[in-house]
Design a protein around this ligand. Structure first.
Ligand SMILES: [Cu+2]
Length: 407
C-alpha cells in the first residue's frame, strides 16, 4: 500500500512538469474568439478561398500523420521503457520497411506538392487584372496611390493612406514596394501575405466578395512601431466606389474667411505643409502649397491629408478618427447600408477629438518612433514619423477645425 504522502511525493515531479498546461489551455481557448477580424480560416474573397481550400486538407493530412508518428513514439516509449532488461540484440537493415517508409511520405508530399504548385500559380495570375493600386510601405504606415484608370472614373491620380478602398467583385492588383525597410502586406480574409521590399515591385491580388472593412497588419518586423503599422481594406459596392472616387477627386474647398477653420489653414501652411500635401491648398500669395517631406522625413513621405476626413482611422490605422460609437455604427452596418455610412466621412459629432488632439500635441508619445532620441541626430535630423511640434492648445483648436473640412 502507498500512503497518501508517498503518492503526493511521487506525483509532485509530474505535476511540476505539467504546470504549463493551463497556458496551453488558454492558448487553445484563444482560438475560439468569435470577434477575430484577422482569422485566416474565414476567407471572404476568391484568393483567400483558394488558400483555404489548400490549407485545410493539408492541415488534415499533416494532423493525421502527426497523430500516427506521436502515437508510435508514445507506444515505443512505453512498451520498451527501461525496466533493467539487457540491451536487445542489435540488427541492421530492413530494406522492405525502409523503402516503404520512404515511398509513403514521398507519395503524400507529391500529391500535396501538385496541389500547392497549382494554387501558387493560380494566386500569381495577373492577366485578368481589372484595377491597379500602388501600395507603398514605410515606417509605420501604408500609402495607396491609384494611377489614372479612366474606365473606373479615376481621371486623376488619388493618393491616400491607412485604408485601402476598392470595389467588390473586382480583381485588384496591388503593386507593392517600400520606401525604407522590408514590410509585408497581409489582409488575412482576402489573401496571403506578400512582402513590400525597397527597390522592388511585388504583385499581390486582392478581391472581396462583400462590402466591409477587412483588417490586417504589417507582418514583417520593421522597427519600433511595427505592431502599430496596421491596414484596413475597405470594400465598397461598385456604385459606392464610384462615389468614393468622385469624393477623392473633388476640388479643394478653402474654409470661409473669418472662421476658426480659416485660421487653422494658416497654421497648417506654417507648420504642416513642409511634410503634408493637401491638394489645391494655396499660400496667402496664391501660389500652390507643395509639400517636400523628403527633406524632413527618413522615408521621404508623409500621408496626403487632402481627404483625411473620408477615412475613419489614422496613423497607420492605429487610432480611430471617429468615436467608438460612430465607428461601431459603420462596422456593424448591414452590407446594404455600409457603403453609405462609410462615404458619409467624419462629422464634427463623430470626430475622435481626444486622439486627434493628442496626436497633434505629441505624436511620438502616441506612437513610439525612436527607442533612443539620439537616433534623431544620427539620421541627419530627419524624422521617422510625425514629430513633436510644440503646438499651443490654441493652434491645436484651430487645426482640428481646419482638418474637419478636409473631405
Ligand atoms: Cu512594417
Amino acid at each position: 500500500m502507498v500512503s497518501a504522502g508517498q503518492m503526493v511525493n511521487r506525483l509532485t515531479p509530474v505535476l511540476r512538469r505539467l504546470k504549463f498546461l493551463p497556458l496551453v489551455g488558454f492558448v487553445a481557448l484563444a482560438g475560439c474568439a468569435s470577434n477575430a477580424p484577422q482569422d485566416t480560416w474565414a476567407p471572404e474573397g476568391p484568393n483567400a478561398q483558394m488558400i483555404d481550400d489548400l490549407q485545410k486538407p493539408i492541415f488534415a493530412v499533416a494532423g493525421i500523420v502527426g497523430l500516427i508518428v506521436f502515437g508510435a513514439i508514445a507506444f515505443a516509449m512505453y512498451k520498451f521503457r527501461d525496466r533493467g532488461q539487457p540491451i536487445p540484440e542489435q540488427t541492421h537493415g530492413k530494406p522492405v520497411l525502409e523503402i516503404t517508409l520512404t515511398i509513403i511520405p514521398a507519395l503524400i508530399l507529391t500529391v500535396i506538392g501538385v496541389f500547392t504548385v497549382r494554387t501558387v500559380f493560380d494566386l500569381a495570375k495577373t492577366s485578368d487584372t481589372e484595377m491597379v493600386i500602388n501600395v507603398t510601405g514605410q515606417q509605420w504606415w501604408w500609402e495607396y496611390d491609384y494611377p489614372v484608370q479612366e474606365e473606373l472614373g479615376i481621371t486623376k491620380p488619388i493618393i491616400t493612406s491607412g485604408q485601402l478602398v476598392f470595389p467588390v467583385g473586382t480583381k485588384v492588383m496591388l503593386r507593392q514596394t517600400s520606401r525604407d525597410v522590408i514590410h509585408s502586406y497581409w489582409i488575412p480574409k482576402l489573401n496571403g501575405k506578400r512582402d513590400a521590399v525597397p527597390g522592388r515591385v511585388h504583385l499581390n491580388r486582392l478581391e472581396a466578395d462583400q462590402p466591409g472593412i477587412y483588417a490586417g497588419q504589417c507582418t514583417e518586423f520593421c522597427g519600433l512601431s511595427h505592431a502599430n503599422m496596421r491596414m484596413e481594406a475597405v470594400a465598397l459596392s461598385k456604385e459606392d466606389f464610384a462615389k468614393w472616387v468622385d469624393q477623392q477627386l473633388a476640388d479643394y474647398q478653402a474654409p470661409a474667411e473669418g472662421t476658426l477653420a480659416k485660421e487653422g489653414e494658416t497654421v497648417f501652411l506654417n507648420q504642416c505643409v513642409r511634410c503634408h500635401q493637401v491638394n489645391g491648398l494655396k499660400r496667402a500669395d496664391g501660389t500652390p502649397a507643395i509639400a517636400a517631406p523628403d527633406e524632413n522625413v527618413v522615408s521621404g513621405a508623409a500621408p496626403n491629408l487632402s481627404k483625411l476626413m473620408t477615412r475613419n482611422t489614422f496613423a497607420g490605422a492605429m487610432f480611430d478618427l471617429v468615436t467608438p460609437e460612430c465607428r461601431a455604427d459603420v462596422w456593424d452596418a448591414s452590407r446594404e447600408t455600409f457603403g453609405e455610412k462609410y462615404l458619409a466621412g467624419v462629422s464634427e459629432e463623430c470626430l475622435n477629438q481626444t486622439d486627434l488632439r493628442s496626436w497633434l500635441r505629441n505624436a511620438p508619445e502616441m506612437k513610439p518612433m525612436y527607442a533612443n532620441p539620439a537616433l534623431l541626430t544620427s539620421t541627419g535630423g530627419k524624422y521617422r514619423g510625425m514629430p513633436y511640434l510644440a503646438l499651443s492648445e490654441n493652434d491645436i483648436e484651430k487645426l482640428v477645425a481646419y482638418l474637419l473640412t478636409l473631405k
